[in-house]
Write a protein that binds this ligand. Structure first.
Ligand code: COA
Length: 262
């Protein structure tokens, strides 16, 4: 695979940072970028040296949506194909076996906000603005904005964003529970990397199971989710890693008890 032209990947130990790099276009997503994002996330998902992925953008944009200028010259079937490939791109993020943290530096609009909705955790700069403005073009989102938007924000908040195309500041999405942390712009990457580092050093088996279980909770009924959770904890209990941690805890506690008794 030749080096991608529209993004870069940097490694910080077991954390991979993907940075979108079309800053003069606010990282609007065109066809080559769509392919590079898909390939990059699939490759990082398979890379045994990567435990967590952080995704961010260079400049004022995280990703200002689909490249409207590319849309303008596009035949109907090319538009349809772009939407279909978009599904694969979002799946490469949402279904990635590694947790993906969005570090939203600036505008995350349309397809860019839909990409944020595919991430497991979101931190955002106070300079970030997010929304789903497709209605202003006489369209609707095509990358999951209506479906993941309703699931992650609630129906009425999603309907407001979808029907008005409003761009709201990061603080609003913190209130809605989508964003975990809003930072000063200069603090965004240090905070995102600290969070990623914390998760990267946790048990990868637990983290993989947790990612899947959170997804199950949003997509299945409670009984199914509870069964899956019980299967996961019972299977993790059988691993050497969990056995060792549980034994260490018990041994420490027994040693303290012996210490108290003199
Ligand atoms: N597609 C293509 N180009 C885009 C883009 C998009 N979605 N969003 C921004 N750009 C380009 C602009 O055309 C401009 O390029 P130019 O200098 O070659 O003309 C550059 O990025 C900077 O954008 P600009 O509009 O000048 O910045 P701004 O600060 O005035 O406004 C936004 C920022 C995000 C409010 C505005 O760019 C915008 O509304 N973008 C479209 C967002 C959208 O509708 N996304 C959903 C698409 S389905």
């Amino acid at each position: 695979m030749s080096a991608p032209a529209t993004l870069s990947v940097e490694r910080h130990g077991a954390v991979a940072v993907v940075t979108f790099r079309r800053p003069d276009q606010l990282n609007a997503i065109n066809t080559p970028m769509q392919g590079e994002i898909t390939d990059t996330f699939l490759a990082l998902g398979r890379d045994p040296g990567v435990n967590v992925i952080v995704v961010t953008g260079e400049g004022r944009g995280f990703m200002a949506g689909a490249d409207i200028k590319e849309y303008a010259g596009e035949a109907d079937d090319a538009f349809d194909a772009f939407q279909k490939r978009g599904g694969a791109m979002y799946a490469a993020i949402e279904d990635n076996p590694k947790p993906v943290i969005a570090a939203v530096n600036g505008y995350a609009l349309g397809g860019g906000f839909e990409l944020v909705l595919c991430c497991d955790l979101v931190v955002a700069s106070s300079a970030a603005k997010m929304g789903l403005p497709e209605v202003k073009l006489g369209l609707v989102p095509g990358g999951g904005g209506t479906q993941r938007g309703v699931r992650k924000l609630g129906a009425n908040r999603a309907a407001y964003l979808l029907m008005t195309g409003a761009m709201l500041p990061a603080a609003a999405f913190e209130q809605y529970g989508l964003v975990t942390l809003v930072t000063e712009p200069g603090e965004l990457m240090p905070r995102a990397l600290a969070l990623a580092g914390e998760i990267a050093t946790a048990s990868p088996d637990s983290i993989r199971a947790l990612k899947a279980l959170v997804r199950v909770a949003t997509e299945s009924d409670l009984a199914t989710g509870l069964d899956r959770e019980r299967d996961a904890v019972c299977s993790l209990f059988r691993t050497g890693f969990a056995r060792d941690r549980v034994r260490e805890f018990a041994e420490k506690s027994a040693a303290r008890e012996r210490g108290k008794r003199g």
